[in-house]
Design a protein around this ligand. Structure first.
Ligand code: ZN
Ligand code: ZN
Length: 370
């Protein structure tokens, strides 16, 4: 079994001890995958991994998963329950074995309330916190294999980006949804497994809504179009944004807004180095946009960490004094949004290196079609 998962479990146990917590309780999530190697979507049956601060972890899982988890995870202790049994009797056994009844338990951040309520009922004297307390600092620092996967996801996004921008005038008259399908099929051709999030194609005024998905508006001549997309390669996502005008003359003011965002993105990336704080990267990007007079129109943080989750720590935001370290991966994605007119966002992923950072994307950032 690949022991990267066992090693991560050990490191999380060291952190559990250091933070005086007694166990992690995980359910199907990226956290569960990170420590066990087993990947599954959440569902209604109790499927829990107990990672005590000392001793071997224990899976409590539905019968139907027993064999699969034994094969796919490194964890040898897999206890199964059948439909019709009470899974909480297994939970109670584990709680007794690891002396968790009065303990501090860190539950998966995305665990459904269905299961957290059960844990609270089963362990009324325990106190509860979130697993991210222990796992987020570990997950933020990527190892070489993770960075390699993120690099490949970045390359797939770059390839799709160039190909879609080469559509030029052909994109005029396509709906946002058609363009999104085009992007997704090119991501797949470039080695992407599946889209990492709902592809964003925000044309004209829709671009002023940062999380507009895509709809039936047709791309017209001169429309700025915000394209934000990425696909998983292996288990790691790409996430890139370009704002382009496929054909025709852009609206008044657009070129300057695009230039402001481009310079802000560059300033953000240039501020990335070990020891710099997350908020200093946000400030570097924001100051440029403010200097152009659009401070009020930059309505979100500058970036987010990227790993097994497309949005995870470190968050690049004012108030986050976390010092950047080699191996951290995050987006730098300033934007300017003019309601009713258009929006511009430019986004790339970077990995912090020993002496600065490496961009994981490098497709052209100009606004003209290619
Ligand atoms: Zn992003
Ligand atoms: Zn994005």
């Amino acid at each position: 079994m690949p022991d990267v998962f066992a090693e991560r479990t050990q490191r999380s146990q060291q952190r559990l001890q250091a933070t005086e917590a007694d166990a992690l309780v995980l359910f199907p999530s990226t956290n569960l995958f990170y420590v066990s190697g087993f990947e599954e979507h959440p569902a209604e049956r109790h499927l829990l991994l107990f990672v005590p601060s000392q001793g071997d972890p224990v899976f409590v899982v539905p019968d139907m998963y027993g064999e699969q988890i034994t094969e796919e995870s490194w964890v040898p202790d897999v206890r199964t329950w059948s439909d019709g049994d009470d899974p909480l009797s297994l939970v109670n056994d584990v709680a007794d074995e690891f002396d968790l009844r009065g303990g501090r338990i860190l539950v998966d951040d995305t665990m459904w309330a269905l299961f957290t309520q059960d844990l609270r009922r089963a362990l009324p004297d325990a106190t509860f916190g979130l697993a991210s307390e222990v796992l987020e600092p570990l997950r933020m620092r990527k190892d070489g294999t993770e960075i390699e996967a993120l690099r490949r996801a970045g390359e797939a996004a770059d390839r799709a980006s160039v190909e879609v921008r080469e559509l030029g005038e052909e994109a005029i008259g396509m709906t946002e949804t058609e363009l999104a399908a085009e992007i997704e099929s090119r991501l797949a051709d470039a080695g992407g497994d599946e889209p990492a999030f709902g592809t964003i194609v925000g044309s004209g005024p829709n671009g002023a809504k940062p999380h507009h998905g895509h709809g039936d508006r047709k791309v017209g001549y001169g429309d700025p179009v915000v394209l934000d997309f990425g696909a998983y390669v292996g288990d790691y996502p790409g996430d890139q944004t370009r704002t382009v005008v496929f054909a025709g003359d852009p609206p008044d003011g657009y070129e300057q807004v695009h230039q402001a965002v481009l310079e802000a993105e560059r300033a953000g990336v240039e501020a990335v180095q070990p020891g710099a704080t997350a908020e200093s990267v946000d400030r570097a990007a924001r100051e440029v946009i403010e200097s152009y007079g659009y401070g009020e129109e930059f309505i979100h943080r500058t970036g987010h960490g990227v790993g097994l989750d497309v949005h995870e720590g470190p968050y690049i935001v004012e108030g986050n004094e976390l010092e950047l370290e080699p191996g951290m991966v995050f987006s730098v994605e300033p934007g300017i949004y003019l309601p009713g007119e258009f929006g511009v966002r430019i986004e790339d992923l970077v990995v912090v290196t020993e002496d600065g950072c490496e961009r994981l994307n490098d497709s052209p950032r100009t606004w003209q079609s290619l």
